[in-house]
Each structure stands twice: as structure tokens, then as C-alpha cells.
Design a protein around this ligand. Structure first.
Ligand SMILES: NC(=O)c1ccc[n+]([C@@H]2O[C@H](COP(=O)([O-])OP(=O)(O)OC[C@H]3O[C@@H](n4cnc5c(N)ncnc54)[C@H](OP(=O)(O)O)[C@@H]3O)[C@@H](O)[C@H]2O)c1
Length: 235
């Protein structure tokens, strides 16, 4: 089963990270031209063979409107169009409301919400000109209900869910769809280090989430917009 993305130009933010890289690889294997955008200067390791033709834009802070516009201008100059944007850039901090500091709230909203808003706004002129264009955001299952220490993160990812719905409604009459996937705990090296003793086999693999993202990017998902799709593995 393959989600055909041949001829598509797909930008993946947070493209050097765990889910971003898995998404880039899956999307490239489905035939798309991929652009990786990330705040890090360069990927930590050599890119896989399937991404040899990918455009790599490092050192881009997507919370900055200017930087996001510059990245989209580079994409426009190189490819002339953009078919899809996957907003993967984000992070996690644990902090209770009582003991945590306000900087954590600012950081969570900046890295999780503002990057998605800013990248989407910068990409919209390109996407709106493309038939069947796509935005896929990454929310979080943990944002469906608050929990101790999860306030700033859950609030920022709840905001990503509302952003997804609002943008989907704004573009409902066009072919542009806007959806979000909500992972549970992703099987990443950081989670394995942070949660020792947990049964990581129940966590969702980045590659499994990437398959859902590729489906949403494909024309098979034309009828889906404004959806918040849990991708939980067995958590
Ligand atoms: N891991 C989980 O269990 C889990 C669960 C649910 C949802 N999620 C969400 O899934 C997404 C990916 O998670 P992940 O575990 O793959 O994270 P990751 O490996 O840390 O990758 C995130 C990437 O985003 C980049 N980034 C951060 N801020 C940025 C900015 N302002 N502009 C551009 N790029 C930026 C990071 O670069 P730097 O390294 O330079 O910061 C990093 O390369 C995130 O949105 C996360 O909140 C994760």
C-alpha cells in the first residue's frame, strides 16, 4: 500500500528530528520532492539515500515570521510551488503550574503553536495556488486532558488543535485541507532515556505516524479536513 505523492513538493518542519526525519523519508519514498526545515544548523547524521535530492534548510527559527518567509521564498525560487506543509517542529517540557516558571509557558507556545502558525501563514500563498494542497499539524494525545506537570505542553498542543480546526474552516471552500495527527508517546531515544522501565513496544513508532501523515497528504484524503486523528500505538 503506497500513498502516491509523485509530483508533490512537501515541506517538513522540524525535519531533522525523530518524527520529522521519519516523515521526510516516508514522503520521499511515496515520490515527493521533500524540503526539510529546522532550527538546528544541520541534521545530526548523514541523510538516508532516499533524501539525497531533498532541499535542506537549516538554522531556520520558524517562530520568526521573517525566517519563515525567507524559507518559503527559497522553496518558491527552487520549485515554483508547494503542495504540502507538515508542521512537526515542537518540543516538550514538564512543569507544574505551581512550581514551574512562566518562561516554560512562553517556550511551549512559541515552539509548538507559533512555529505552526508562522510556517502556515508563510506557506499559504504558495499552498493556496496549488490544487489539493495540504497542511498537516502535529498535536498530541496528551493535550486532550490536562494532568499534573502537563499544563504548558497540553495547553500549547490544545492550541494547535484549535489552529487546525480554524484554518480548515477558513479554507473549507477550497481544495486545501488542514488536519492534525495526535501522537501518544513516540518511541524516540529521548523518551526511552526519560522513561526508563516503560514498555516501549507499546509506544507508537515515528514511521507509523509518518504513514498516517503521508495518507493525509495524498489525494486519497481529499474528503478529510479539520480532523484531529489520534495515532496512539498501544498506549
Ligand atoms: N516525542 C513524543 O513522544 C511526542 C508525543 C506527542 C507529540 N509530539 C510532537 O511531535 C513533534 C516531533 O517530536 P519529536 O519527538 O520528533 O521531536 P524532536 O526529535 O525534538 O524534533 C523536533 C525538531 O523540531 C526542531 N525545532 C524546534 N524548534 C524549532 C523552531 N523554532 N523552528 C524550526 N525547528 C524547530 C528541533 O530542532 P532543535 O533540535 O534545534 O531544537 C528538532 O529538530 C513535536 O511537535 C512534538 O511536540 C511528540
Amino acid at each position: 500500500m503506497n500513498n502516491d505523492l509523485s509530483g508533490k513538493v512537501i515541506a517538513v518542519t522540524g525535519g531533522f528530528g525523530n518524527l520529522g526525519m521519519a516523515t521526510a523519508l516516508t514522503v520521499a519514498n511515496c515520490g515527493a520532492q521533500v524540503i526539510l526545515i529546522d532550527s538546528a544548523a544541520a541534521p545530526a547524521s548523514k541523510l538516508p539515500e532516499a533524501l539525497v535530492d531533498a532541499l535542506v534548510l537549516g538554522g531556520v527559527d520558524l517562530a520568526s515570521e521573517e525566517a519563515a518567509k525567507q524559507a518559503m521564498a527559497e522553496i518558491a525560487a527552487k520549485f515554483g510551488s508547494l503542495s504540502g506543509l507538515v508542521n512537526v517542529a515542537g518540543d516538550f517540557r514538564w512543569a507544574t503550574v505551581q512550581e514551574g516558571d512562566l518562561d516554560t509557558w512562553d517556550y511551549m507556545f512559541r515552539v509548538n503553536l507559533k512555529t505552526a502558525v508562522t510556517a502556515s501563514k508563510a506557506a499559504l500563498p504558495l499552498l493556496a495556488a496549488h490544487e489539493g494542497a495540504r497542511i498537516v499539524n502535529i498535536g498530541a494525545g496528551a493535550a486532550n486532558k490536562g494532568a499534573p506537570g502537563m499544563g504548558p505542553y497540553a495547553a500549547s498542543k490544545s492550541a494547535v488543535a484549535r489552529l487546525t480546526e480554524a484554518l480548515a474552516e477558513e479554507f473549507k471552500e477550497s481544495g486545501l485541507t488542514v488536519n492534525a495527527v495526535l501522537p501518544s508517546i513516540i518511541d524516540t531515544p529521548r523518551n526511552r532515556a526519560d522513561i526508563p522501565g516503560a514498555d516501549a513496544s507499546r509506544w507508537v513508532k515515528p514511521e507509523a505516524i509518518a504513514e498516517v501523515i503521508a495518507f493525509l497528504l495524498s489525494r486519497r484524503a481529499d474528503a478529510i479536513t479539520g480532523a484531529l486523528i489520534p495515532v496512539f500505538g498501544r498506549v
